[in-house]
Structure formats: C-alpha cells, structure tokens
Design a protein around this ligand. Structure first.
Ligand SMILES: Cc1ncc(C[n+]2csc(CCOP(=O)(O)OP(=O)(O)O)c2C)c(N)n1
Ligand SMILES: [Mg+2]
Length: 397
C-alpha cells in the first residue's frame, strides 16, 4: 500500500471527497423536490477516483469528463454554488443555467465539460491535447470516461491518433462495472480495460478506484509520461456507483448485497480510518471536514435558490452559430420575415409542387375501400409483378 502524504494533503483529500459526496446527496434530494430539471447522474462512491486524479493535476492541465461530472468540476475548483445553480437552471450557474447537470463547464479552470454523448469526449480530448502540443504549452489533457464508452468506435480512433501523434494525454476509464443497466461482462468482450488500448500503442494499468492514494500515484505517473515524454497511457480505475445510473433507475440489474459489499469499501470512510489509524489526522479533523462540507452545500442550495432564472429575452444569447461560412441562419434567423429562397413553395421544382397539390386535394376525398398495397400487388406505374412473390395461399407445393 503506498504511503500517506503529509497531514495537510490528507486533510485536503478527505475534505474534497466529503464535499463532493455531500453535494451529490443534496443534488439528489433537490432533484426529488423538482428544483433541478433534466437528468441527474450521481457519482456517489466514485469520489476517490475523481479527487485522486485532480489532486495531482496542474492548473494549466485540461480535464474533460462525461455527464457524471458535478464532482469533477468541484474537484477542479469550480464553486459548488455555481454547480448547484446550474442544476437549478439559474443565471449564476456555470453555464448561466442553460446547460444543466450534464453540461457543467468551467473554461477558466480548464474543466472542459460535461458531455452527454457516450465516448463523444474522447476525440475532443485528443483535440485539446493536440492544441497544447501545437502551441508548445506544457499542459496535459486528462480524459475521463466510463467502461461503456470504451466500446464506442471513437475509443479506438482516439487511441490510435493519441499514440501516433504522441499527444500529451492521459486516459482514465472510470470502470464502475456497468454501462447503464448492462454489466461489464455483458457489454465488453475484454473486461480487463487496461488492455483495451494496448494494440493501438497506448499501454494501460489497472488500479483500485476506491483508494484515493492509489489513484493519485497512478495518475501522477501517467501525467509525468504525458508531460515529459509525450507518451499517452490509459489507467483503468475500478470503482462503483452506489446510486442508479441516473435519478430514474429502478436498478433491477443488480442485487442489493452487491451495493452493500462495495459500500463496505467506501473510499471516504476507509481513507478517514486509515488517516486516523496512522495518526496523520485526528477524529476532530475528520469531523471538521464533514461539517465544512455540510455548511458549504447548504449555502450552495440557498444561493442557487436565490439566483434568478435567465430572462426569456436572453434565450438567443451565448449560442454558437456559424456566421460566415456556411451562413448561420438555421441557428438564429435574423432575416426579414417574408419567405426566402428555398422556403417559398413557388421555388419548389414543378413536379414536387404538383405532387404536394395532388396530395392536398386527395386529403379532401373520402376514402372508399382499401388502398392497393404496391409491394403486394405490383407497382401500378411500371406494371412489374409483385415484389414479394406469389401469394403463399396460391402456391401449389
Ligand atoms: C452515443 C451514445 N449512445 C448511447 C447513449 C445512452 N447512454 C447514456 S449513459 C450510457 C451508459 C454509459 O456507461 P459508461 O460509459 O460505463 O458510463 P457510466 O454511466 O457508468 O458513468 C448510455 C448507453 C448516449 N448518451 N450516447
Ligand atoms: Mg460505467
């Protein structure tokens, strides 16, 4: 077992994990009260993976995650108030209340989201790393994704380019043993995910994601090889989510005993115990970390609730729309109200207009009997025979 760091670092690790845990418990509660809309994916149980990783990243490094990233943003330094306000859809949220739970984003802290498309963040991460390399920046991109995402096509595409272009990137698979309700043995032929990128030239290691120190050490090594040698690696962090996939998950795919078994290895409890037993932290400091988390989260709820909803007339603000090429009119139509080229029915090709008019005229006519089915009866226009062959009732054999 790797040694514990100094007392101040241990306290910081414990306090961060406790804050994320308490934040997410409260987010779940506020969701039940319909304060937060949309979907809500909680990472309760995965705190050591998140905090272990971010605790050894530098400010200039990029982090990109999935739709389960409230904790990732907080661990990166985003104010819990702003994350809670985003869940509530309020103006003080990280994206002005327009993104919600799945799209937490904080460019100033280089937390690059927040993506709802499984595996969609992988190529974006490669792009971030390519940009750093191109600009000669000393930044590493850490890309976190789930076990399910390792089956997506762009997993292989991204690994190939990362190895080929020697990108300063670290891949971290948060293997919580399920992709929605599908267990890893049922969704991935290779269940040792640390091996999954080796064939592309990205070597991997597997570590215990319930142990914050183990995560820290492995991520430090991965960051070093990305930063100093431009050698991408992959770390499979085996962890577990105690709650369902999202807030609306009846969890019929796993036994209660399995969840209880993982809870006994709780990353926060086990780390607190270890710190106390080693004499690095006292019970008083452990309690203090929990109390601080409680106070911060309650204040975040209060501030989020007091924050106004975005005014309706700001609906079109902050939208990304291409303006030069091709014209961005399909995103925000700022043109004059009359029909424009392609929109006026007189501009339609003659035949399309005739058909549209014939269809409209037909709509007025009462239906008499059944319409012929061209697939069975042959195409009325070219007089070919039926495409499904003779009627089986009429066959002689
Ligand atoms: C491309 C795509 N396919 C399917 C989905 C639906 N979906 C949302 S989450 C999810 C499971 C992903 O599991 P995993 O990568 O293990 O992440 P976890 O939810 O366990 O953190 C799926 C299939 C999606 N969002 N995007
Ligand atoms: Mg998963």
């Amino acid at each position: 077992m790797p040694d514990l760091p100094d007392a101040a670092t241990c306290y910081e690790l414990l306090a961060r994990m406790a804050l994320i845990r308490r934040f997410e418990e409260e987010a779940g509660r506020q969701y039940q009260r319909a304060k937060a809309g949309g979907f809500l994916h909680l990472a309760i149980g995965e705190e050591a993976t998140i905090v272990g990783t971010t605790s050894v990243m530098r400010d200039e490094d990029f982090l990109i995650g999935t739709y389960r990233t409230h904790g990732h943003a907080i661990a990166r330094g985003t104010e819990p108030n702003a994350v809670m306000a985003e869940l509530f859809g309020r103006v003080d949220g990280t994206s002005g209340g327009r993104g919600g739970s799945m799209h937490i984003f904080d460019a100033a802290r280089r937390f690059m989201g927040g993506y709802g498309i499984v595996g969609g963040n992988l190529p974006i991460a490669a792009g971030l790393a390519l940009a750093s390399q191109y600009k000669g920046e000393d930044a590493v991109t850490v890309c976190m994704f789930g076990d399910g995402a390792s089956n997506a096509g762009n997993f292989g595409e991204t690994m190939n380019l990362a190895a080929l272009w020697t990108l300063p990137i670290l891949f971290l698979v948060e293997n919580n043993l399920y992709g929605m309700g599908t267990a890893i043995e049922r969704h991935s032929a290779q269940t040792d995910l640390s091996k999954k990128a080796e064939g592309y030239g990205v070597p991997g290691t597997r570590i215990d994601g319930m142990d914050v120190i183990a995560v820290r050490e492995a991520v430090s090594a991965g960051l070093r090889s990305a930063r100093e040698e431009e050698r991408p690696t992959l770390i499979e962090v085996v962890t577990y989510r105690y709650r369902g996939h999202s807030a609306a998950d009846p969890e019929v795919y796993r036994e209660r005993e399995e969840v209880e078994e993982w809870r006994r290895r709780d990353p926060i409890e086990s780390f607190a115990r270890r710190c106390v037993e080693a004499g690095v932290l006292g019970e008083r400091e452990v309690g203090q970390a929990r109390e601080a988390a409680e106070a911060t989260v309650l204040a975040a709820v209060e501030l989020a609730d007091a924050s106004p909803e975005p005014p309706l007339d700001t609906m079109y603000e902050s939208l990304y729309a291409l303006t030069d090429y091709p014209g961005g009119w399909y995103a925000v139509d700022e043109r004059s109200p009359e029909p424009h080229r392609g929109e006026h029915e007189a501009d339609m090709p003659e035949r399309a207009r005739e058909l549209a008019e014939a269809g409209a005229a037909y709509a007025e006519v009462e239906e008499e009997g059944e319409r012929p089915n061209p697939a069975l009866a042959g195409d009325a226009q070219d007089h070919t025979a039926s495409r499904t062959g003779p009627d089986p009732e009429e066959r002689e054999d």
